[in-house]
Design a binder for this molecule. Sequence first.
Ligand SMILES: [Zn+2]
Length: 252
Amino acid sequence: MGFTTLLVASLAAATSAMPILNPIQMMARAGPVAGQVITKCSAPGQLALAYDDGPYQYTQKLSDILKNGGAKGTFFVTGTLYGCIYNQKTALQSAYSAGHQIASHTWSHPQNFGSMSTADLNSQMTRLETALVNIIGVKPTYMRPPYLATGGNVLSTMKTLGYRVITDDIDAEDWNGKTPAQSQQKFQQAGASGNGHIPLMHETYQGTVETLTPWLINWAKTNNLKLVTVAECLGDAGGAYVNGTGNGASTC
Ligand SMILES: [Zn+2]
């Protein structure tokens, strides 16, 4: 290959590798694409502990256990599933301040999420956004669908709303009556290698908060896994939230 050919080839490679983006393209490139299902982290060496269905009576305790263990967790919260979200306002603010990620698990956790109209899906998301702006001052860009339902209008609506859709790659099955010991086996079977796990767990079970979580913190240390938020494990540390508009409400 002559010098000129080499130069042209290099320029072509550089151009294709680093296209010049306009600002809208730059924004679109920041973090994971909205409306596509994400099951695990984008790189090895990390574990994104993720908990659904709160806030509830264990939210503060879980936040503290994670913080004391040097871990960041992700809380996929609802508006009304285990009581009104404003009842746990202080715990949510504390978890947010501790650096845990607060994400959406819809307003009321509908059983028919995968077959709802776009208007109803929008309402489920925006009602929680407003409450979270009231409580922590920002709205989330990450969500996990109730029952991991990603059919019907879910993905197209989440794309429009700018939500990154998270499911899981390990199901702790705490929701299915598994004991913490049985959940631990699922992590051991999955192993610590490969891109980081995003497990499905629930902060509404005492065993998950008080037994499984300390065990996972220890398991991560033993396996040299960094305990990070879902956004962090997707290379999107600064992208977990956007600004939103609250309405001053303090009741559901
Ligand atoms: Zn749930």
